[in-house]
Design a protein around this ligand. Structure first.
Ligand code: AMP
Length: 221
């Protein structure tokens, strides 16, 4: 069975994380979320975490150099032999170009770009919660609800991400708007891109994603 390398592109709140979790189960490849890796580093108070904390809190991008080193190291882990799903990388054209070099000798990656109107992204991000333990994502009906909410999978408390406040959300959306187009054009130019309407319910999006990936040459194991 061949290797499948998947790159998810999309603004914050477009469903990359949700779809990544579902696809990695289906294709048995690890999900590599650079945002998750950085948040874990911040939480642990590691040197990396201390270095990126202020940048993340401001909704800006961490330096290419740092991100490239981080992803290079991660892709050298043996669990990527079958492929991987990248969620949140590349975020700049420079990252995309270096990623091409890193993937030399592997099959060409399949990029999926999720499109969602900004008003919907704001709505989702302001009502987003994440399980403090198993990291399951939820879009609740409430904005910064004061009542304690619990994860339906593991029972732990749901929390709001530090950067899911309106000011930072708007900055992150702006950052995306300023950087995404060249990345999308890069993958479009190699005919390795699917543009998917991410404004629909997650199941409908997953259907499109798996249809694209299955047709791209691999059936689930
Ligand atoms: P995410 O969870 O993907 O929304 O990422 C959260 C934050 O981590 C972003 O707002 C950036 O500050 C940082 N980050 C994650 N991935 C990257 C990347 N590939 N390049 C630069 N910064 C990143």
């Amino acid at each position: 069975m061949g290797q499948i390398n998947i790159i998810l592109i999309g603004p914050p709140g477009s469903g990359k994380g949700t779809q990544a979790t579902r696809i990695c189960d289906r294709y048995h490849v690890p999900m590599i979320s650079t945002g998750d890796i950085l948040r874990a580093a911040v939480k642990a108070g590691s040197p990396l975490g201390r270095q990126v904390q202020a940048t993340m809190a401001a909704g800006a991008l961490v330096s290419d150099e740092l991100m490239i080193d981080l992803v290079r190291e991660r892709l050298e882990e043996p669990d990527t032999a079958n492929g991987f799903i990248l969620d949140g990388f590349p975020r700049t054209l420079a990252q995309a170009l270096v990623l091409d070099d890193m993937l030399a000798g592997r099959p060409c990656p399949h990029a999926i770009a999720f499109m969602v109107p900004e008003a919907e992204l704001e709505r989702r991000l302001t009502s987003r919660r994440i399980c403090s333990k198993c990291k399951t994502l939820y879009t609740t009906g409430t904005i910064y609800g004061s009542e304690e909410e619990l994860c339906s999978k593991c029972g732990a408390t749901l929390i709001t991400r530090d950067d899911d406040n309106l000011e930072t959300i708007r900055q992150r959306l702006l950052t995306y708007r300023n950087t995404a187009e060249p990345i999308i054009a890069h993958y479009r130019g190699r005919s390795a891109l699917a543009m998917i309407d991410g404004s629909r319910p997650p199941d409908a999006v997953t259907e499109d994603v798996t249809r694209y990936l299955d047709a791209a040459g691999r059936t689930p194991r």
